[in-house]
Design a protein. Structure first.
Lengths: 298, 189
């Protein structure tokens, strides 16, 4: 079936950050920032978004970088494509859950244009990089004509396709702190099929062990609430405790019953989603108990 | 809004006055006549519209044509050189990896990009990278066979044994031809 973009818009192609900041400040009421466009363009075709101005951010050379600094962390440029991140050996080695999240998304022809910034700023509940970045406690640098501020990713999501960013703000960097040596992390997407599908229930886990004691556990979930979110109560059940299979099961049950609110839709029932949350939290944390899946930091 | 852009497609520059709403697939098909680029799902999920943008496979239905200015675009029409098919095209024909053919240009462009970035992929890697190219006729076995053949041919070419540039790899190829021609013959007679 023929589909076209119906609403007309002016297209802006800034080549510097300053230019982009001025443009989005001027058109903040009816303008839309676009990175890869893999969400924006299909959603313009179906009239989910109808901007008067599209400001493309992929022509700003200073926006394209991927820098890993050992001992500090990873800086992701807003225009860096998923392909570049996915195939980066440092990302694969140090941030396996982020790698898994990106790898399971969509397909190669989309990976070559899409970005992590676009994925999280478009803020769909099932965003695949959201849960891993929540457990890694990524921090966004955000700029507007009024200045710069830092936004922890835990404070980014406000609703379906809504973020707490102001309409004239642009994400200029995503910083992912380096996890401590031996941090065990995982991401379970649980799609119906391996490619080109959305998560039924996405779960990222992260655990730092100190012998048998769980020094810090982090759990984040996507596609099971209005926004991708952490499970702080389940985390508190684990933090500072001797990790056992029983305790992991209790935390997994708690997260699935009390810390998400999945809907039933064409992909799965709410009950099934809760069950996937329980199993994924359990499996992710069992990796820590069994001393598997550690990141390979020296 | 109408915007003036120059698209660089298959080695040539095409100045165009385009509505900003035009996606790259529509510009290539409707404005420039590159009908080898197929349009199917139109939301980046099927791979039929895959073209090369600076050597990378890109879904041209989720890409605005005005954004493609300054990039090197290659469509299926740009692969054959001087009437000689690209080894990937040759392999798809030799291995009977085409049935209705609608997914084929996308499959071939995705394969060209894959072999450019990874000249010696395993079958698993091929299936992974091509997971976004959907075929509803053949199943994927013959497509994978074709890519394995193309890979071997291109490896030989780059190793300097490329005198018979587009000749398919002997072992694999004869096997398939004999088998399939026999099948065709029996069904036709």
């Amino acid at each position: 079936m023929e589909s076209k973009i119906l609403n007309d818009f002016s297209f802006h192609k800034p080549t510097t950050l300053d230019e982009a900041l001025i443009l989005i400040d001027k058109y903040q009421q009816n303008g839309l920032l676009m990175e890869g466009g893999s969400e924006v363009i299909p959603n313009m075709k179906s009239l989910v978004v109808t901007p008067d101005h599209i400001i493309s951010l992929k022509h700003i050379p200073e926006f394209e970088y991927l820098r890993y600094t050992p001992g500090e962390g990873l800086n992701i440029g807003p225009s860096t494509t998923l392909t570049k991140i996915e195939y980066n050996p440092d990302v694969q080695r140090v941030y396996p859950s982020l790698y898994t999240g990106i790898h399971g998304m969509s397909n190669t022809a989309i990976h070559n244009i899409s970005t992590v910034t676009g994925n999280i700023c478009y803020a769909v509940p099932s965003a695949d990089t959201a849960a891993p970045l929540l457990t890694l406690e990524a921090v966004l640098s955000v700029r507007s004509v009024d200045g710069e501020r830092k936004v922890p990713i835990g404070e980014l999501f406000a609703g379906v396709r809504r973020t707490t960013l102001k309409k004239n703000e642009i994400v200029t960097d995503i910083f992912v702190p380096e996890p401590p040596k031996g941090a065990v992390m995982a991401y379970y997407k649980n799609p119906c099929r391996r490619a080109l599908d959305l998560a039924i229930a996405g779960v990222a886990t992260y655990a730092v062990m100190d012998g048998e004691v769980c020094r810090e556990a982090r759990i984040a979930m996507s596609a099971v609430a209005v926004v991708p979110k952490r499970a702080p109560e389940a985390e508190a059940m684990l933090n500072g405790k001797v990790l056992t299979e029983d305790l992991i099961n209790q935390a997994a049950v708690h997260a699935s019953l009390h810390e998400c609110s999945p809907i039933s839709d064409i992909r799965a029932s709410g009950e099934y989603r809760r069950e996937l949350v329980r199993l994924s939290v359990r499996d992710g944390l069992m990796l820590a108990l069994n001393n598997q899946g550690r990141n390979e930091l020296k | 809004m109408i915007q003036l852009v120059t698209l660089h497609v298959n080695g040539d520059d095409y100045p165009l006055a385009l509505d900003t709403r035009t996606t790259l697939v529509d510009a290539l098909r409707d404005h420039l006549g590159f009908r080898g680029v197929k349009k199917s799902c139109d939301e980046g999920e099927c791979g039929a519209c895959t073209v090369l943008l600076d050597g990378n496979a890109v879904a041209s239905c989720t890409y605005l044509a005005v954004e493609a200015e300054g990039h090197d675009i290659v469509t299926i029409e740009g692969l054959a050189k001087d009437g000689v098919l690209h080894p990937v095209q040759r392999a798809f024909i030799d291995c009977f990896a085409v049935q209705c053919g609608f997914c084929t240009p996308g499959m071939i462009m995705a394969t060209v990009a894959l072999l450019h970035h990874n000249p010696d992929p395993t079958e698993e890697e091929i299936r992974d990278v091509l997971r976004g190219n959907i075929c509803r006729c053949t199943g994927y076995t013959k497509i994978i066979d074709a890519i394995m053949q193309a890979k071997e041919v291109m490896k030989k070419q780059s190793a300097g044994e490329g005198a018979e540039a587009s000749a398919p790899a002997a072992g694999n190829d004869t096997g398939y031809k004999a088998q399939n021609i026999a099948q065709c013959g029996s069904s036709e007679s």
